[in-house]
Design a protein around this ligand. Structure first.
Ligand SMILES: O=P(O)(O)OC[C@H]1O[C@H](OP(=O)(O)OP(=O)(O)O)[C@H](O)[C@@H]1O
Ligand SMILES: Nc1ncnc2[nH]cnc12
Length: 184
């Protein structure tokens, strides 16, 4: 069953539903981290369909590609891309993609990492929407924007399921349209 989310009331109701379906796991994957676990939401067919519809409905302009960050971002980016008639760019952790790759390092709430894409999959000037499940410190998203722009993409916006406001990730994305279904 698919649920169409259009108005702000429906979006607020969906945000409450997402909130109810997510788990908060203390001290995972490290002590002190309150981990927001979206797996129960993904397992709920109706809620997942509604979230995909909401992501697609919130995009104000045509996009050519949807970029999703490994790993949880992949699960959202692919169905949203299909809904928008766009292709997918997997933004992978270092060493996972066969080259040539473009790479950017970043700091995570728990550790450091690097993200990579295959630049030959991104036509110059391609309009790219970036999707991930969680915006925390913004390190992953900011590195992804830098990476895509370095490859010649026009990043038209970033959409997240959950924004952890206390970590101020949005500040790293100034100049870009940032949309989050649920702010915690
Ligand atoms: O805003 P930030 O502080 O950069 O954190 C957000 C990122 O952290 C999580 O991914 P993680 O690197 O844990 O990978 P996973 O999806 O493979 O679990 C999440 O899915 C985002 O990609
Ligand atoms: N607290 C958190 N929960 C889930 N994913 C995250 N990515 C970074 N911080 C996170």
């Amino acid at each position: 069953m698919s649920a169409v989310v259009e108005g702000t009331d429906a979006r607020a109701a969906l945000a409450r539903r997402v909130d109810a379906l997510m788990r908060t796991v203390p001290d995972f994957p490290e002590p002190g981290i309150q981990f927001r676990d979206i797996m129960p939401l993904l397992a709920d067919a109706d809620a997942f369909a509604a979230v995909v519809d909401a992501f697609a409905a919130a995009v104000p302009e045509p996009v050519d590609l949807v970029a999703g960050m490994e790993a949880r971002g992949f699960l959202l980016a692919a169905p949203v891309a299909t809904a928008l008639g766009a292709g997918v760019v997997p933004v992978r952790k270092a060493g996972k993609l066969p080259g040539p790759v473009a790479s950017q390092s970043y700091a995570l709430e728990y550790g450091t990492a690097a993200v990579e894409v295959q630049p030959f999959t991104i036509p110059d000037g391609a309009r790219v929407l970036v999707i991930d499940d969680v915006l925390a410190t913004g390190g992953t998203a900011a590195a992804t924007v830098r990476l895509l722009e370095e490859c010649g993409a026009d990043v038209v916006g970033l959409s997240f399921l959950v924004e952890l406001e206390a970590l101020a990730g949005r500040a790293q994305l100034e100049g870009h349209r940032v949309d989050a279904l649920l702010a915690l």
